[in-house]
Design a protein around this ligand. Structure first.
Ligand SMILES: Cc1ncc(COP(=O)(O)O)c(C=O)c1O
Length: 452
């Protein structure tokens, strides 16, 4: 490795390549062609024996990367619930990475401690959560749910005089986990990681939109954890939080809400009826990298019982210097961590309350537009447009599959599929700040082209 003065020309190169990519993103295919993907083979080499010039390394990355990435940040990507990316998020992340901040402890990064505290306050205000709520910034909703359920587990066991941190789960009293049959797959994964078999889960029936049927809820007691959902991954529907949380609170059940993308509805006057009652829950998970369009690796666990979260996640070590104010790592499973609070703060600071409302309502209106115009074009829309998700099909599975294949091959838009109530369906998630009416019209035209 060279001991010469570092060559920061690299950063100029990365900047130029990034700007060129972003400026041309609109005219690039949404997903890479087979020919382009063949370039990835060039990475299949042995570890270089000698040091490469970093300029050569970056050049190789940039040349192969620009043609092989999926253009998710563009305006016609409707796959999964993958949010777009705000330029301020990219810029703030560049700076945070350049500063090489480890956001674990205040002593390591005072700016990260401060900005995570500010993000916590702003999230609590925007989502109208109880003032005692603490936030841990994690990689995404999967990990946020793990944290929320870990806090729930410890809290519920504590009431049974069982210290799970000390005694573990062998011989522990029974704990019941109750959730809707349409709960996102990450929840049962995290339940398994926490040492509970899926046999501990009691599934509750849901309606045609994927919402828990309130009357089907089993009797609850203080050994229960109830998992609810703000935003079904296919239909975008929301559970009836007021009714369900009221029942849960009467029996001292812990309620966790998976609000990966939907929890943001609370900040919009137009959509907050969807999240009515969320403040009655105990913990919530939410992403920045979906609805808010922050860069990836941005989720939050929010918990109204700080001690429960901290007891589940805090670690010891004589070399760890805790501060008098905020040490981010006590609210998360990891220690060394990216300064994700910096880019989350930057996105919220840039958008402001009104910008966040406008973004959320734009995504919702985009989904309504697609549902209306696809339906007028003869496609079937299987869900009510609660939020930003649209379920489309063509009347039978074979035809729907054929249409999806054509759409994906043509590369003008990208959307994925799922099985919904036994049917093969196409899922559209309107999740980018860049998707405008022209993109939506083009999307409808693309669908129409497949049946001409
Ligand atoms: C409802 C719901 N929960 C959890 C997740 C997982 O979130 P993440 O990918 O941020 O871990 C998703 C992802 O789409 C989701 O829609």
């Amino acid at each position: 490795m060279s001991t010469d003065k570092p060559n920061y020309q690299l950063l100029e190169m990365a900047k130029a390549a990034s700007i060129t990519y972003l400026e041309n993103a609109d005219s690039l295919p949404v997903s890479p062609s087979k020919d382009a993907l063949a370039l990835l083979k060039d990475f299949d080499e042995d570890i270089p024996l000698i040091t490469n010039d970093p300029i050569d390394t970056l050049t190789k990355l940039s040349i192969i990367g620009k043609d092989t990435v999926v253009n998710q940040g563009g305006s016609r990507y409707f796959g999964f619930v993958n949010g777009g990316i705000l330029p301020i998020g990219i810029a703030a992340r560049w700076l945070a990475d350049t500063w090489d901040q480890n956001a674990a402890l205040e002593v390591m990064s005072p700016i990260s401690a401060k900005l995570e505290a500010v993000c916590e306050r702003w999230l609590v205000e925007l989502l109208n959560l109880p003032r005692s709520t603490k936030a841990g910034l994690v990689g995404g909703t999967s990990v946020a749910t793990l944290c929320g359920l870990a806090a729930a587990r410890n809290h519920q066991y504590k009431k049974m005089n069982w210290d799970v941190n000390e005694k573990g789960l062998i011989g522990a009293p029974n704990l019941r986990i109750i959730m809707g049959e349409q709960t996102h797959g990450t929840v049962s994964k995290m339940i398994r990681l926490l040492g509970f078999g899926t046999q501990s889960i009691e599934l509750v029936q849901s309606d045609d939109q994927g919402r828990i049927l309130v009357d089907s809820l089993p009797p609850l007691d203080s050994s229960c954890i109830l998992v609810l959902q703000a935003g079904n991954v296919c239909s975008g529907s929301f559970d009836d939080f007021t009714s369900l949380c009221t029942k849960a609170n009467k029996s001292d059940t812990w309620v966790h809400i998976d609000g990966a993308f939907g929890l943001w509805a609370e900040s919009s006057p137009l959509l907050k009826h969807l999240t009515a009652g969320i403040e009655l829950a105990d913990s919530w998970s939410v992403d920045g990298h979906k609805t808010l369009n922050t860069p990836y690796d941005c989720g939050a666990i929010l918990c109204r019982h700080p001690y429960a979260l901290i007891e589940a996640l805090q670690q010891q070590g004589s070399y760890i210097e805790y501060s008098e104010s905020r040490d981010n790592m006590i609210y998360t499973p990891d220690m060394s961590r990216r300064a994700r609070g910096i880019d989350l703060w930057a996105c919220m600071h840039h958008l402001g309350r009104q910008g966040i409302v406008d973004l959320i309502e734009k995504l919702h209106n985009g989904a309504k537009y697609l549902a209306l115009h696809l339906s007028a074009a003869g496609f079937f829309i299987e869900n009510e447009i609660h939020f930003n998700q649209v379920i489309v099909h063509a009347g039978n599975d074979d035809l729907t599959k054929k249409i999806l294949n054509t759409l994906q091959k043509n590369g003008v838009i990208w959307c994925g599929s799922a099985i919904w109530k036994g049917k093969f369906i196409i899922r559209l998630s309107v999740c980018s700040w860049q998707t405008n009416e022209e993109d939506l019209a083009k999307t409808v035209e693309e669908f129409k082209r497949t049946i001409e």
